[in-house]
Design a protein. Structure first.
Length: 276
């Protein structure tokens, strides 16, 4: 009997895991400004002042590896929606922070209040933090939110993300009889916002008047792009959180008011950013 020749076993190379790359942005002329900035960052000179690094993940770094999970997110990454005006007009709720980072990459952040709450339990003293944050681009968009957590840094990051999801467009106009004809950065008419026992009424002011409102409300209006306003407040106005929330609710009530096309033209009203 003939002996069978031994079969030489080939050396098998173990397969390496394939990394799933995030979808590349669509190559269209219409691209969200944040996505264009994330994949094509501008050159920064060594002499330029460095930007203060915020808490949490870098928004531009998160956009590079973003895999959208919602219909609105997929529309933004594909280039169908490339402005915040289109996103709000679509009626689809914003559930991803990356959508706001892509459409409004120049949002500024402001921490309104940080409260430490202590509670005695059977296991000892438990410490929690309440943080109120406000974001805005100083040109018609602002958001406000409150977050709770165990650590200050994580709670601040959570509050900023929640404020971005609450971004609204602000109606501005020239509603004061003292102002000359032309677009203004005041409120077009008197409006009142409430939060708890605090009531804040915003009234039109002529150009150059400034913000006649408390310090907390001034931060919200500055980030919203309102530079001239008169105000009247009632209730517990020393409560920082309620005062800021009442000012924010007044801007929301302004969007709910029905205004005719003739009134909108007469008051030089504009909603959102001032497109030139």
């Amino acid at each position: 009997m003939s002996e069978e020749a031994p079969v030489e076993e080939e050396d098998t190379v173990p397969e390496m895991p394939v990394e799933v790359q995030p979808p590349a942005p669509a190559k269209t002329e219409n691209m969200a400004p944040g996505i264009a900035l994330a994949f094509n960052p501008p050159e920064v000179s060594e002499d330029a002042p460095r930007r203060r690094r915020g808490v949490g993940v870098d928004p531009m770094e998160a956009l590079r590896s973003w895999q959208p999970l919602t219909r609105l997110g997929r529309a933004v990454i594909s280039g169908e929606i490339f402005t915040m005006e289109q996103a709000l007009r679509s009626g689809t709720p914003i559930s991803e922070v990356q959508v706001v980072n892509a459409l409004l990459p120049n949002l500024e952040e402001e921490i309104i209040k940080v409260n430490m709450v202590q509670r005695m339990t059977d296991s000892g003293r438990r410490v929690r933090f309440n943080v109120m944050a406000c974001v805005g681009n100083r040109d018609g968009y602002v958001g406000l939110a409150i977050a709770k957590g165990k650590e200050v840094a994580g709670t601040i990051s959570k509050a900023i993300d929640a404020a971005k999801l609450n971004v609204i467009s602000v109606q501005r106009g020239n509603g004061s009889w003292e102002s000359s004809a032309g677009p203004g950065t005041s409120v077009p008419f008197k409006v009142t916002g409430r939060a708890g026992s605090t009531r804040v009424t915003l009234m039109p002011a002529p150009a150059g008047k400034g913000l006649g409102v408390g310090g907390t409300g001034k931060k919200v209006l500055e980030l919203a792009g309102v530079t001239d306003v008169l105000s009247r407040s009632k209730g517990q106005t020393r409560t920082t959180i309620n005062y800021a929330l009442a000012t924010y609710n007044a801007l929301i009530e302004m969007n709910k008011t029905k205004v005719s096309a003739d009134q909108r033209q007469r008051l030089f009203m504009v909603q959102g950013r001032l497109l030139e």
